[in-house]
Design a protein around this ligand. Structure first.
Ligand code: SIN
Length: 534
């Protein structure tokens, strides 16, 4: 333990994926930026993104078509103005990446690109870097922020709680955060004119996920505790095709494979998607994930198969080099045998409610990327719209923060650990962590019911009581902070799912199998109207 520090900055960014780094690059033109990230800069979700960025770039495409596809996939809950604004901003953001960050997309030549196709899209519009788009983008953005002298990067540091004027008898305004330096276990204070949450989603809430270990929903939990509005968290997206293999931890098999003609089959070799949707394998993602889930429940099989064997082997090797290589490592040659796949939690369509510039309801607090809810995705996100949203809203927020003025108290009350002593009960953390994830998978997964949700609620309540007692008794550790956040986010998802007594998009409840006009609106939760915040 060392002496705690107080750090002053203009803009504090919590998280270091595409949204955070892109915001930082643009905001650094008019202020000092500090990025805190709980592991290393690249340990987030963006790096794992395979498919790409959806944007209208093809000659046969139009803004109208992209808007319509997004609205249809979003099942009645998208904000049409936000959809239009995002779609129409796409080509400029792609141009910025190419011209100013040196990104080179596949097939790039004189403003033209090789464009991929994915579920829900009626046109080819996914600009990509082979099948490792996230890795390619992060390499360029990381290089750019690391050489920028107006950007300070603090790794291995985790936000504990936001600093709020309400604790000082002021209004609901944010002026930074307490952060935990994981190496020294010291809690520092960062004071900022505006604070930007860019910490991604919460796939780790579920037992099986395509997300990395860092996706715990920290930012959403921080914002909720500070009084922010959280919108539509019941819409958790399950990716239909993650690799099913005992040694593969969360390896995604991109939807782009189905875009190039991949066929989903039962273990006995029969194709099944055409009996679920007229667009077959390219139906919106909620439909495909539910179809696989239903097939597995009927057959008792452990996985479905994604068959690419009818496609040209040379093409597959070149179009999907990353997936091809990874599968070979697992002993699967996709040119010759079908790929075993299962659905897994993938993307949070809900998040911290923001306006068209990424502003939350708390003064000087912004949210961008997967942690936010802009209104783009509605009840189901269309593939590859998320990187687009991250770019568009990070850019808009980087402009909006110019107007923020620092609102802070004269003296800052430092973090207090009270009479806490070091915990030697790590088992409490691991036990509760596993229980939350299993409960969420079994009761709040692809198919829900009133009874399953009630069971989940009862268990999560008990776990949260135990964490609450433990949290204030012991010194905080990164594991305990993550557990506390994970449990709160799980509670928010269950709460949202219980309120939504209908089936729409990604939320499917056996007791309410139809859409209802009454529920054609957002679920907005905040302290006092959602789960207990502590
Ligand atoms: C994928 O490559 O299938 C993931 C794309 C996405 O989630 O948008």
């Amino acid at each position: 333990m060392r002496m705690p520090k107080i750090i002053d900055t203009d803009y504090l960014v919590i998280g270091s994926g595409l949204a955070g780094l892109y915001f930082a690059s643009h905001a650094s033109k008019h202020g000092k930026v500090t990025i805190v990230t709980k592991r290393s800069l690249r340990d987030g979700t963006t790096v794992l993104a395979q498919a790409g960025i959806a944007s209208v770039l093809g000659d046969d495409d139009s803004f109208e078509a992209h808007v319509n596809d997004t609205l249809i996939t979003g099942a009645g809950l998208c904000n049409e103005d936000v959809v239009r604004l995002t779609v129409e901003s796409g080509p400029d953001r792609i141009k910025d990446l190419v011209d100013n960050f040196g990104v080179v997309f596949s097939g790039q030549k004189e403003g033209k690109f090789d464009l991929g196709l994915e579920g829900g899209h009626t046109k080819r519009r996914v600009v990509h870097i082979e099948d490792f788009t996230g890795e390619g983008l992060m390499a360029r953005l990381e290089a750019s922020v690391r050489r920028n002298t107006s950007i300070r990067i603090i790794e291995n540091t985790m936000a504990v709680d936001l600093l709020s004027m309400s604790k000082y008898g002021g209004g609901n305004s944010c002026f930074g955060a307490f952060v935990l330096d994981r190496e020294t276990n010291t809690i520092d204070t960062i004071i900022a004119r505006s604070t930007i949450i860019a910490s991604g989603g919460a796939g780790k809430v579920y037992l099986y996920t395509s997300n990395p270990d860092t996706s715990v929903g920290d930012g959403i939990a921080l914002a909720y505790r500070a009084g922010a509005e959280i919108e539509n968290m019941e819409f958790y997206q399950f990716h239909p095709t993650c690799l099913y293999h005992p040694n593969a931890k969360s390896f995604l098999i991109s939807e782009a494979l189905r875009g190039e003609g991949g066929v989903l089959r039962r273990m006995d070799g029969t194709a099944f998607m055409s009996s679920y949707h007229s667009r077959g394998e390219l139906a919106p993602r909620d439909v495909v994930a539910r179809a696989i889930d239903s097939e597995l429940k009927k057959s008792g099989d452990d996985s479905a198969l994604l068959d690419m064997t009818h496609l040209d082997g040379v093409f597959l090797e070149h179009r999907f080099p990353n997936i091809f290589k990874k599968l070979i490592e697992f002993g699967i040659d996709m040119r010759e045998s079908p790929i075993p796949v299962v659905p897994a939690a993938h993307y949070s369509c809900g998040g911290i409610a923001v306006d068209q510039n990424g502003r939350t309801n708390i003064q000087n607090l912004f949210a961008i990327g997967e942690a936010s809810h802009t209104g783009l995705h509605g009840a189901c996100r269309m593939a590859s719209n998320s990187l687009l949203e991250a770019l568009v809203f990070a850019h808009r927020a980087s402009d909006a923060v110019k107007e923020c003025e620092l609102v802070r108290p004269g003296g800052i009350i430092p973090w207090k650990s009270g009479h806490a002593v070091s915990s030697d009960e790590g088992v409490v953390v691991s036990q509760n962590w596993d229980e939350i994830r299993r409960t969420m998978w079994n009761y709040v997964g692809i198919v829900r019911s009133d009874r399953r949700l009630a069971r989940a609620k009862a268990r999560i309540d008990l776990i949260r009581d135990e964490i609450r007692n433990y949290y204030w008794d012991f010194l905080v550790t990164p594991e305990l902070l993550e557990l506390r956040n994970l449990a709160l986010v799980a509670d928010i998802i269950v709460h949202g799912a219980q309120r939504r007594q209908e089936s729409r998009g990604l939320h499917y409840n056996l007791d309410h199998p139809e859409k209802s006009d009454f529920h054609k609106r957002s679920t907005v939760l905040f302290r006092g109207v959602g789960p207990c915040h502590s």
